[in-house]
Design a protein around this ligand. Structure first.
Ligand code: IMP
Length: 177
């Protein structure tokens, strides 16, 4: 993988340790409850796969594809949901798993999309949280790492659809891309 990233912003080992902690917390919180864990593609695919394997409950899994784009001349992003669930979530507990909550718009749109199915509860679990950029009121319950407003790639996060397979989190210097 390119040397442009230098030393990891968060190492693979630290990410794994933190995911284990999140898995333990989630397992405790949802003990005896009917939980569906929904991953947001593409960005959450690596985090999701690690997380569900350390949740010690018989969960069901599902995915949503959501994209957020910023149009030239517009200050806000437009969020689009590209897929439907295959599992029923009515009266069930839902954990929405994201790669990063930045402005919070993606999480907000996906949450209201899911609320139409009348779940018992919805919580958000995100690998990274960038609260400094928040534009809407979204508070993820489970956060891997709170990060400053810098651009991060790896562990599922991309820059122009690349670097998702970088096995650690790195700060992206867009000038060197
Ligand atoms: P939000 O809707 O502004 O919260 O943005 C969420 C989406 O923006 C994420 O799912 C990512 O696709 C993208 N994003 C925001 N910040 C970063 C970053 O630092 N690296 C990679 N993608 C990011």
């Amino acid at each position: 993988m390119p040397e442009i990233f230098g030393k990891p912003f968060v190492t693979q080992e630290s990410v794994r340790t933190r995911i284990l902690e999140l898995g333990q917390q989630i397992s405790q919180d949802y003990q005896g409850k009917d939980l569906v864990v929904i991953g947001v593609l593409k960005g959450a695919y690596v985090f999701f796969a690690d997380l569900v394997r350390v949740i010690q409950l018989p969960v069901q899994i599902d995915f949503l594809i959501g994209t957020s784009t910023k149009k030239a001349g517009h200050s806000s992003k437009t969020v689009k949901v590209w897929s439907e669930l295959t599992e029923k979530i009515t009266k069930r507990h839902v954990l929405l798993v994201e790669d990063i909550v930045d402005s919070g718009l993606t999480a907000q749109v996906l949450e209201s999309h899911l609320r139409k199915h009348n779940p018992e509860s919805i919580e958000i679990c995100t690998l990274l949280d960038k609260p400094a950029n928040r534009e809407v009121e979204i508070q993820p319950k489970y956060v891997g790492f709170e990060v400053p407003p810098i651009y991060i790639v790896g562990y599922g996060l991309d820059f122009e659809q690349k670097y998702r397979n970088l096995p650690y989190l790195a700060q992206m210097d867009q000038a060197k891309a």
